[in-house]
Design a binder for this molecule. Structure first.
Ligand code: AP5
Ligand code: MG
Ligand code: ZN
Length: 215
């Protein structure tokens, strides 16, 4: 199964991808996670990416495309993959199509987790992430059992640098102007599946699974 997860910042792409990994045993490729790892390692790529991420803007395609191409070539992607947060604009989507067609691995579906923009601010300001295992929590909707500590592994929880109100507003604008046009792009290819992203994490997960079975 080769899937793109679309959806605005905070829609739940990462949350749902982690459930899909457990069930289907295929890797999640999150360009945001790859970029944050590069930032943390202070590599040249990370230093270049950080200023864009802190402003809530897209990192240049030249940086992101190389990273994705390299990741898709790894052996675990032969079984399939979940792309989370990539592509983010039409030129990335076209580049992905070219990469996948040369690897003979076309996409099966583009799943859009659809959440009204007004609901996203609270999801993002409330998000906390485990520094050890990456599990996501939310102080409003999905609290850890004990504050600041991961239920799964006991790791400490942190707040992302770009989850500040001003940066979130910018990320939502960038989504509307640059990423939302991908809805039309994947509709034209017959791959688009819209999932109602209002509801519990488990309800949304089961809608995604039904859409994927039909794909
Ligand atoms: P990225 O890391 O991709 O961030 P994003 O797209 O803004 O999405 P998020 O990770 O914020 O949200 P999500 O949909 O994964 O939601 P989550 O599951 O965490 O990108 C960050 C930056 O990197 C970009 O701004 C850009 O600079 C750069 N970048 C990345 N990819 C790029 C690319 N391809 N090209 C160029 N630049 C790129 O959930 C959010 C919260 O809601 C959590 O707290 C969760 O617990 C909670 N939640 C989840 N589901 C529910 C529910 N059903 N009900 C209530 N709460 C819920
Ligand atoms: Mg994410
Ligand atoms: Zn953890």
């Amino acid at each position: 199964m080769r899937v793109v997860l679309l959806g605005a910042p905070g829609a739940g792409k990462g949350t749902q991808a982690k459930k899909l990994i457990e069930e289907f045993g295929i890797p999640q490729i999150s360009t945001g996670d790859l970029l944050r790892a590069a930032v943390a390692s202070k590599s040249d790529l990370g230093v270049q990416a950080k200023s864009f991420m802190d402003r809530g803007e897209l990192v240049p395609d030249s940086v992101v495309l190389g990273m994705v191409q390299q990741r898709l070539g790894q052996p675990d992607c032969q079984k399939g993959f979940i792309l989370d947060g990539f592509p983010r604009n039409t030129s990335q989507a076209e580049a992905l199509d070219n990469m996948l067609s040369s690897m003979n691995m076309p996409l099966n579906a583009a799943v859009d987790i659809d959440v009204p923009l007004d609901d996203l601010m609270k999801r993002l300001t409330g998000r906390r992430t485990c520094s050890s295992c990456g599990q996501m929590y939310n102080i409003y909707f999905n609290k850890p059992k004990s504050e600041g500590v991961c239920d799964k592994c006991g790791g400490s929880l942190f707040q992302r640098d770009d989850d500040k109100e001003d940066t979130i507003k910018k990320r939502l604008d960038v989504y509307t102007s640059q990423t939302a046009p991908l809805i039309g792009y994947y509709k034209n290819k017959g791959l688009y599946k819209c999932i109602n992203g209002n509801g519990s994490i488990d309800e949304i997960y089961s809608s995604i699974c039904s859409a994927l079975k039909a794909a």
